[in-house]
Every structure is written in C-alpha cells, then in structure tokens.
Design a protein around this ligand. Structure first.
Ligand SMILES: NC(=O)c1ccc[n+]([C@@H]2O[C@H](COP(=O)([O-])OP(=O)(O)OC[C@H]3O[C@@H](n4cnc5c(N)ncnc54)[C@H](O)[C@@H]3O)[C@@H](O)[C@H]2O)c1
Length: 397
C-alpha cells in the first residue's frame, strides 16, 4: 500500500510505515486541492496536519483512499461526512501534546508572577529598573484551573509540586488529583490568584470569560488562556489589564488565527506583563514525535487488521487476531438486517463465522468477521452488492 505524508510529519511516522511494508512518499509542505489531486492516485493512506483541506471533491476522486491520518488534534479541515460516505477512516491524536501545553502554562505562570517579560522588555530597551514590587513566588498562591481534562489535570500535578494550592472547576465528573479541590466557577474566580483556562471548544463555551468574569477575579490576579480563542473576550481582557484590575495575562490562542506565518493583530498587543504566543502550546518536538508514532500506528492497525479504535468517524471495533482465520470487514449504513444479509452470503458458501464484532455510530455500522475460509473475489463482490454497503475489505489471507 502507498502512503503519502504531507506537511513535514515527523520522520518517525515514515519509518514506522516503511517497517510495516508500506511504500512511503513525503512532501514537506501542505498541498492545495489541485496539487493533491495530482498525487492522490494509488494512495491508500494520506497523512496531513492542520493546513491541508480535505474536501468532498478530493475524497470522491480518490477511490483507493482507505484512511486519512490527521497528525494533530483538530480535524476541522477534513470533510468527515464525505469520508464516512466513502468509507474512508479518519484518525487523529487528541492526547500527545497535552504535557507540552501544561508545561508552557506552568512556565508562564512563574514568568507572569515575577513580571519577567515586562522587565526583560525594559532591559532590551536599555532601561535598568530593579524592583521586587508586584513580583511573587508562586509557592503558596492559589491556582484556579477551569477545565480539568487532559491538560488541566496534568497542570494540577505540576503546580502542586511547586507548592501552589490548586482549585478547579469542571462541568464533568472528574477525579481531583493530589490535594486539588473542586469548586464552582464563581468561588474559583473569587479565590484564585491565577486563573487558567483549559476547557474544550464546545459552542456553549464561547466568550465564557468576559467583563463580568474579570470583574469577579481578585484585584491584580493573573489570567491564562491556552485553550481556545473563542472562549475569551479579548477586548474585555485588554480593558481589565489596562485598568490594572488584572495584573497580567498569557495568551496562546485567538478567535481568528492566520493560516500561515505573517502579520497578526490582537487588542492585547503592547500591554505590559502580557505574554503572547502564536498557538505554540502543543508545538514541541516531543509532541510531534508522539503524534507521529500514535497516528501512524493507528493507521497501520486499521489497514492491516481493520480495527478502528480511536477513529474519529467510523464505529469503534476491535477483534484480536487469531491464527488460521481469514478476516473480513464490512462498513455499511446503519440499517436493520445488515448482519443477517452478510451472514446469509457467508452461509450460502458454507463459510463458518469463527468470531464477529459489530459497532454502530450514527448512520454507520461496521463489522469485523473472522471466518474459516479464504474470501474470493466473487464473494467480496456479492457482499458489495448488499444494499447500503459502503466498503468491504478482505484481510490477512
Ligand atoms: N494551545 C495549544 O497549542 C493547545 C494544544 C492542545 C489543546 N489545546 C486546547 O486545550 C483545551 C483543553 O484540552 P484537553 O486536551 O485538556 O481537553 P479535554 O477534553 O481533555 O478537557 C477539557 C475539559 O474541560 C471541561 N469543560 C468543558 N466546558 C467546560 C466549562 N464550561 N466549564 C468547566 N469545564 C468545562 C470538560 O468537561 C473537560 O474535562 C482544548 O480547548 C484544546 O483545544 C490547546
């Protein structure tokens, strides 16, 4: 099978594919639709990061495409509905850069508490102003974490190790780590010396931090957003900083971010004790390596065994491999009687089902079968002819 990896995906991914018998082509940049169409013929697995748009038009003109790996978290640029319609599995990696984000948040908390960026900027300008005023050790301060998921909970561990008192707020039932204490959002805003946001991008979270929330925070408190730009009203944050209501902020994400490197504007520019970074919270070499390893191993697993665990769009099915059996996978619309029809086709040919597993997800159903006989082309054709079938694969013969 041929693999095409775009956007400078970690070399670990190419190595892993090559070791497992795939032919690999790599392209260092993103490709636009026309350029990608020229290269997609014969490609079974396509790897992208966040810059290559995957449209329905492309999916429909790539009949051999089996799976797409998004070597990042976001899959917004991939038309997942088109992928599902054509039976193309999509995989991403929602976990691997969470440590990188937590570490950056922790570093920024110390930098803000010591006003390091403000005094560094002054010294770059040639002004020596040595002062302890407004500078604090973080030990003993209260850190309020809003959103206690993968990143928030790791930050909790790191912060407690430094002697911060951690309180957190989450809408889900999550387990408190160490001595961290759960609390409501109003109580968190009132008690925290530092508030850091790590919620996800669900629509209800749009502008959950605006003037009213900043007014409820302690005078001089610090504020961090490394989650989503849409969650914070940055005009309101800039006013709170300008008025001295807040003592500093670190921001890594913005409501609208440029597609590529170039100029950028935000109301937060030019304010003292404000750290601005261009959405680099998860951008470390270690995170890229982890993502490269994780997504490529999911893709290899899907291509070679049909297992779909962690797929973004397909139902989640896993069947351990057993020696001496032949594997069949069947992706179809989630309609009554689909298994009956598949089983009938196998039974007509006296093929015994050794094991089978089915899962459904929305409009899709996916079944993996291990059977006792090799699956010929006529049988695969017959299975394809079952109404509502999307894709049939015969593996491991
Ligand atoms: N800056 C970066 O480079 C970078 C990198 C990775 C992730 N992120 C962002 O960081 C955020 C957190 O990522 P994660 O992997 O920890 O996500 P996660 O899904 O593991 O955790 C999010 C948590 O927020 C909670 N939550 C959602 N809405 C809430 C609300 N209104 N109030 C309180 N809690 C709420 C959820 O219940 C969940 O526990 C996401 O928005 C993600 O996109 C940014």
């Amino acid at each position: 099978m041929k693999v095409l990896l775009l956007e400078n995906i970690s070399g670990i991914a190419a190595q892993l594919f090559a070791r497992r018998g795939f032919t690999v082509e790599t392209v260092p940049s993103a490709l636009d639709e026309a350029a990608l169409l020229e290269r997609i013929g014969g490609v079974s697995i396509l790897g992208v990061r966040s810059k290559t748009p995957i449209t329905r038009g492309l999916i429909e003109r790539a009949p051999e495409l089996l799976a797409i790996g998004a070597f990042c978290i976001g899959v917004d640029r991939i038309d997942r509905a088109a992928c599902s319609d054509r039976g193309v599995a999509v995989f991403n990696d929602p976990h691997s850069n969470s440590r990188s984000v937590a570490e950056l948040a922790l570093g920024e908390i110390i930098m803000l508490a010591r006003r390091v960026f403000a005094s560094s900027t002054e010294l770059h300008r040639g002004d020596w102003t040595k002062s302890a005023s407004g500078c604090h050790e973080v030990r003993g301060l209260t850190l309020g974490i809003v959103g206690y998921g993968k990143i928030g909970s790791q930050l909790s561990d790191l912060a407690e190790a430094l002697g911060l008192r951690v309180i957190f707020h989450d809408v889900a039932e999550v387990l408190a780590r160490g001595n961290a204490k759960r609390t409501s959002l109003p109580d968190l805003l009132e008690a925290a010396d530092i508030v850091t946001v790590h919620v996800d991008g669900r629509p209800q979270n749009a502008r959950m931090f605006a003037e009213q929330q900043f007014q409820c925070m302690k005078p001089g408190a610090l504020f961090l957003n490394l989650a989503r730009g849409s969650v914070v009203d940055y005009d309101a944050l800039a006013s709170a900083l300008r008025s001295g209501r807040l003592g500093g902020a670190a921001v890594d994400v913005y409501p609208e971010e440029p597609e590529g490197n170039g100029s950028f504007a935000t109301p937060l520019q030019g304010l003292p004790n404000v750290i601005l970074t261009p959405h680099v919270g998860g951008s470390t070499e270690q995170a890229q390596e982890h993502i490269g390893r994780f997504v490529s191993s999911r893709l290899v697993e899907y291509a070679q065994t049909g297992n779909t665990l962690m797929s973004v769009n397909l139902p989640q099915c896993h069947l351990d491999l057993a020696a001496g059996t032949h594997r069949l996978t069947h992706l179809h619309r989630n309609m009554p009687g689909m298994l009956l029809h598949i089983n009938e086709v196998l039974a007509e040919r006296n093929i015994n089902i050794e094991r089978q597993v089915l899962d459904t997800r929305g409009e899709l159903g996916y079944a993996i079968y291990d059977v006792n006989a090799a699956l010929g082309e006529d049988l695969i054709k017959k299975l394809h002819q079952i109404p509502h079938t999307i894709r049939v694969r015969s593996l491991l013969q």
